[in-house]
Ligand binder design. Structure first.
Ligand code: FES
Length: 199
């Protein structure tokens, strides 16, 4: 068995079967997607996590676990991506100059050019580490405020993030949500935790 084959067998293979507002898992909460391999120990040590997003629909989000952290994978629609430019003036760091992301994700969409509609974020608030709630639709309410274009709201102290994980001015969170290293193994499979292939 080659080194590549050995590495591949150690990866966690995860199927992304949930869909926002559609068929799939229950919509009450975003559960961690169960690993299909017995490599929980390797996962805890930081092994890359492989995710199959073939069942992920536009507008949907799934959560996987990597290094004990929730990692969000969001399939953004064109409307969602168009909304990012509309909120630029309301953000602390719209260019993501101070935030953590791989070099290939330091762009307006904070995503790989291979599939820019796919957003990958560590789902922990950069204030005190709560897990923000989904406010994916462009619907304003008492928490998101006016002119909301979709994103995430942290209920702990009211931080707001857009659909690229960029934090709004006035939030206690100081910086954008991190983008973890990831690479596309194919159009439908992502390896989270490894960027050696340059996304
Ligand atoms: S932990 Fe998110 S706003 Fe404080």
């Amino acid at each position: 068995m080659s080194n590549n084959e050995v590495n591949r067998t150690r990866r966690n293979l995860i199927l992304a079967t949930s869909a926002f507002g559609g068929a799939g898992m229950a919509a009450a909460a975003w559960p961690f997607i169960a690993s299909m391999s017995p490599s929980d120990k390797a996962k805890g040590l930081g092994a890359p996590v492989e995710v199959d997003i073939s069942a992920l629909e536009p507008g949907a989000k799934v959560v996987v676990k990597w290094r004990g952290q929730p990692v969000w994978v969001v399939y953004r629609t064109k409307e969602m991506m168009d909304g990012l430019a509309k909120v630029k003036d309301k953000l602390i760091d719209p260019e993501s100059k101070s935030s953590k992301q791989p070099a290939y994700a330091k762009n307006a969409l904070r995503a790989s050019e291979k599939r820019p509609e796919i957003l990958v974020l560590v789902g922990l608030c950069t204030h005190l580490g709560c897990s923000p709630s989904d406010k994916l639709k462009a619907v304003s309410d008492s928490e998101t405020g006016t002119d909301w274009q979709g994103g995430f709201y942290c209920p702990c102290h009211g931080s707001r993030f857009d659909l690229a994980g960029r934090v709004y001015k006035g939030s206690p969170a100081p910086i954008n949500l991190p983008v973890p290293p990831y690479t596309f193994l194919s159009d439908k499979r992502i390896l989270i935790g490894e960027e050696s292939k340059g996304a």
